[in-house]
Design a binder for this molecule. Structure first.
Ligand code: 4AD
Length: 462
């Protein structure tokens, strides 16, 4: 059997050797006795040419190749050839293939949109003399399995994969264990209305809004450091650039010995490791993305900036805003504070801690020194939230009291409260939104770009 080669493995050393390639027909142009095609594998492309000759390439073969629909998958066998000048527009520009045989493995239908149109840079799209059509996001999402073939999308999901791998690596090396908590549960896990209700074989059930309760129960089960990468469901009707109805949560939870700063130290170590790892391992992907969506690389400090909520409010007030100092921050104010912080501290990544207790979930530990505040934090990239976390209440009596304040029916969380009755260590943790991290790290404008098959209030297919 012949071996199939990858486009990226082709080189000038193989000159005159025969290579067999399986790829997509990226472009094809027949002209009389010749046919020029570009074959594609992922983001890699190479030129393949056919010329009618007396021996191997017939007129019929050139005609057959010229009529192959774009995106069809073909097996091409040909002689590696070093052209006089590099092939423009191909990632593999030093060699081309002189085709000897071509066979269609899977024929593509007419395309619902032009891949080339989906690959225009923002600069291109702004040009007044633009001749091409812009492809609407909906059309792309409707045909996501084609849309995902663009080099930028290929790059985005490699970055996404790297984020998960780096998260896992960093935590495993700190003694964490990976867990898998149930997604079918009896009641809401984060409170509020944003819960998907379902019929659980005759009983009412819900889709988990976070692994929150179960990662804490693992702590109570003597698993002192746990993490999970898993789906999170939110029946959010908010149609924004940063909300999905299903996203991937990167969560961890750990016991605390003295202070919840231990959680912040872990967060700091984890994210600096992740950012450094992305810069190191995904440099090519990041530059592919930045070519179409230009952005300043993320600025972050070796030791992450920690700003208290009160300091944050002060900075906003000094800049002329009027924030609700005992309330939650609006998205607009978060963004403004992001700008101020960037200017003052030269970082796009920072922690805001000690939020007012009233705006945090019932399971959040009140600040022992001032009960109007809490041992909690949010983390921002470029002025948008990517993480929320806190120390948790581990005393069942206080937890019951806090649940009552939030008007949460106790019977719906009884087993959660019970889990703290038999000795529970102090603990804290956080939840990260994977799609938001990738979106904001890469400076993209919409979370749908970083979700493989996004689920929003209007989209349940494909
Ligand atoms: O802020 P959230 O709701 O916090 C929790 O779920 C807590 N249990 C976490 C904890 O350990 N205390 O969600 C955490 C993160 C947010 O910061 C955001 O990045 C992301 O999850 N997120 C969403 N991402 C996409 N679409 C949505 N609708 C999201 N809601 C939250």
């Amino acid at each position: 059997a012949e071996t199939y080669l990858s486009i990226t493995s082709l080189s000038e050393e193989q000159n005159t050797q025969i290579a067999l390639i399986r790829g997509r027909v990226h472009t094809v142009r027949g002209k009389g006795k010749s046919c020029f095609m570009v074959l594609r594998q992922g983001s890699a492309t190479v030129q393949a040419i056919l010329f009618v000759d007396d021996k191997t390439v017939s007129k019929g073969m050139v005609k057959y190749a010229s009529n192959l629909p774009r995106e069809s998958i073909v097996d091409v066998s040909g002689e590696v050839h070093v052209p006089d000048a590099p092939v423009a527009g191909c990632t593999c520009s030093k060699v081309e293939l002189k085709v000897r045989s071509i066979r269609c493995v899977s024929r593509a239908d007419g395309l619902p949109f032009e891949l080339a149109d989906a690959m225009r840079s923002e600069e291109d799209l702004k040009r007044e003399d633009a001749q091409f059509s812009t492809v609407q996001q909906d059309t792309r999402l409707e045909n996501r399995w084609i849309d995902l073939r663009t080099p930028v999308n290929q790059a985005i999901f490699r970055v996404q994969s790297a984020v998960c791998q780096l998260f896992r690596e960093a935590l495993l090396s700190e003694g964490f264990q990976e867990i898998h908590t149930p997604k079918l549960i009896a009641g809401a896990s984060e409170g509020g209305a944003a819960v998907f209700k379902l019929d659980y074989i005759g009983q009412p059930g819900c889709l988990a809004q976070s692994p929150q309760f179960y990662k804490q129960m693992a702590i109570c089960s003597d698993m002192p450091r746990v993490f999970e990468i898993g789906p999170v469901f939110r029946a959010e009707k908010s149609f924004t650039h940063r909300h999905l109805c299903e996203f991937t949560g990167l969560d961890f939870e750990m016991t605390i010995n003295q202070h919840y700063n231990e959680v912040l130290d872990m967060l700091d170590h984890l994210f600096v490791y992740m950012f450094n790892g992305l810069k190191k391992h995904c440099a090519a992907e990041l530059s592919t993305i930045a070519e179409q969506f230009p952005v300043q690389p993320l600025q972050y400090l070796p030791k992450t900036l920690r700003l208290s909520f009160q300091e944050g409010m002060k900075l906003l007030q000094q800049a002329g805003f009027e924030p609700d100092v005992m309330g939650d921050m609006t998205t607009e104010l978060e963004r403004e504070l992001g700008k101020i912080v960037k200017e003052k501290y030269k970082t796009d990544f920072y922690v805001l801690y000690r939020y007012p207790l009233a705006v945090r979930p019932f399971y959040t530990m009140p600040d022992p020194e001032d009960k109007r505040y809490s041992n909690s934090f949010d983390v921002f990239i470029r002025g948008e939230e990517i993480i929320s976390g806190a120390q948790r209440v581990h005393d069942p009596a206080l937890l019951t009291e806090r649940a009552k304040v939030h008007e949460i029916p106790l019977e719906s969380i009884q087993s959660y409260i019970n889990s703290f009755k038999y000795g529970a260590p102090p603990h804290g943790g956080l939840g990260v939104g994977l799609e938001r991290v990738v979106m904001l790290f890469c400076g993209l404008d919409n979370i749908r770009k970083t979700s493989l098959f996004p689920r929003d209030p209007k989209r349940l297919t494909p």
